[in-house]
Design a protein. Structure first.
Length: 130
């Protein structure tokens, strides 16, 4: 069975994430957003009251590239993500997100300054709603 992973998020996949998509989710092709769609997704304006028309180009692109049972990795602005996840489910797609482990270290400096270093480590992809 051929299956693709469609990326609707603002980061590059790590090697570990690519491996999981191939091994666990049986993905043989990864489809990144084209530049125009990516620019839209990365720049969701915080001042507009509704995202429906703003996200429409993303949904139109998704309809063109997706097939039933494809995996869609969706992460970003909460409202835009909600719209895309619901739309993906209606198309028979499998929307997922990356879970991470966060390691935080703190260093105290003279004068009361504290610096934090955060390291995010991918754990797994999880289906939305599970």
């Amino acid at each position: 069975m051929k299956r693709q992973a469609i990326l609707i998020f603002s980061h590059e996949l790590t090697g570990e994430q690519k491996k999981e998509l191939k091994d666990k989710w049986v993905v043989d092709r990864i489809v990144p957003m084209p530049k125009g769609i990516s620019d839209t997704w990365r720049n969701v304006p915080p001042e507009i009251p509704s995202l429906k028309s703003f996200v429409r180009p993303v949904l139109e692109w998704l309809v063109k590239v997706a097939f039933p049972d494809d995996v869609v990795l969706v992460q970003g602005d909460f409202g835009a993500t909600f719209i895309v996840v619901n739309f993906s489910l209606k198309l028979g797609l499998v929307p997922v997100y990356s879970t991470t482990k966060r390691d935080v270290t703190e260093e105290a400096y003279p004068g009361g300054e504290v610096r934090q270093n955060r390291v995010f480590k991918h754990q797994m992809f999880r289906r939305y709603g599970e």
